[in-house]
Design a protein around this ligand. Structure first.
Ligand SMILES: C[S@@+](CC[C@H](N)C(=O)[O-])C[C@H]1O[C@@H](n2cnc3c(N)ncnc32)[C@H](O)[C@@H]1O
Length: 280
């Protein structure tokens, strides 16, 4: 849990409808790489903790008998269910809970994924709970955008990249300099250090997989607005009754940054750490 900050239910309030559209996609080879590394054969169960709108859950569901997405944000679970139905994926189940509430009677699993969610949890507690929920031979998989993040601005791209620095400045103009998160502020960011937590909890590894990003990602102004609202630090609820004014300013900023109304960028690689359950 980030130091000096208390979790509350508004962390991603209002972000869900924007999330899947706004966030850059995980690397297209992610499911195949994990299937190979974990010898997944369509059997066993997946639990995706902090599943959000089910992006990773749905990407991996075909590799298991059942995929269970767990998230405390009801809007995220509505989106996850909607996206599963839209994709015709039927072996999923969505459960409203924090990682700290597990095992929540959910049974045992072959694989537990945490995709850009573990840093919001009481990591020591959740690591220990999930170790008990994993079957022998199972694995905890930590998924994130590669730490070196977005590729640098690239003259070879056909269109300008989204003006991230100016967007950040606009968000700060509305929300203040301190990084907001739910009802609090994050003075020291969110914690890394999951390697120490997971090895301390008894997991073995990690095996690191870096999965290369797909090609150039075209981004409309609506996509970039969705990205802004998908972030806990600029989630819709934070703007209160100034939200319309913020969005009008944001759209003006975006219109001024590209004559065509379109942007392009290179999405980040996806970084995966596989942590194995120790033999009994
Ligand atoms: C950055 S989003 C990642 C969503 C999804 N895993 C993905 O990669 O697309 C973080 C998610 O973690 C969830 N979350 C926050 N605190 C949590 C907690 N204590 N336990 C479980 N999930 C949590 C949020 O509601 C949000 O949906």
């Amino acid at each position: 849990m980030p130091e000096g900050w208390e979790w509350d239910e508004t962390l991603f309030l209002g972000s869900a409808p924007y999330y899947a559209r706004g966030r850059p996609p995980y690397a297209p080879g992610l499911a195949d790489r994990l299937a190979g590394a974990l010898a997944l054969d369509g059997h066993g169960r997946l639990i995706d903790v902090g599943c959000g709108p089910g992006i990773v859950t749905l990407l991996l569901a075909h590799l298991f008998d059942e995929a269970v997405g767990v998230d405390p944000d009801p809007g995220m679970l509505v989106e996850a269910g909607r996206r599963a139905a839209e994709a015709g994926i039927e072996n999923t189940r969505w459960v409203r809970a924090r990682g700290e509430d597990l095992p929540a009677g959910l049974g045992t699993f072959r694989v537990a994924t945490f995709a850009q969610s573990f840093h919001w949890m009481d990591q020591n507690r959740v690591a220990a709970i999930v170790l008990d929920m994993l079957e022998p031979g199972g694995a905890l998989v930590h998924v994130s955008d590669a730490k070196d993040g977005r590729a640098a601005p690239d003259d070879a791209l056909p269109l300008p990249g989204p003006p991230y620095t100016a967007i950040g400045a606009l968000v700060r103009r509305y929300l203040g300099d301190a990084r907001r998160a739910g009802q609090g502020v994050l003075r020291h960011g969110t914690p890394g250090g999951e390697a120490a937590v997971l090895s301390g909890a008894g997991y073995l590894g990690p095996e690191r997989l870096r999965v290369p990003a797909g090609g150039v990602l075209p981004r409309s102004a609506d996509d970039v607005v969705a990205w802004v609202y998908s972030l806990s630090g600029s989630a819709p609820h934070l703007f209160g009754d100034r939200r319309d004014a913020f969005e009008a300013d944001l759209r003006r900023l975006l219109a001024g940054a590209t004559p065509s109304g379109q942007f392009a960028e290179r999405p980040p690689d996806t970084e995966v750490f596989v942590w194995r359950v120790p033999p009994p």
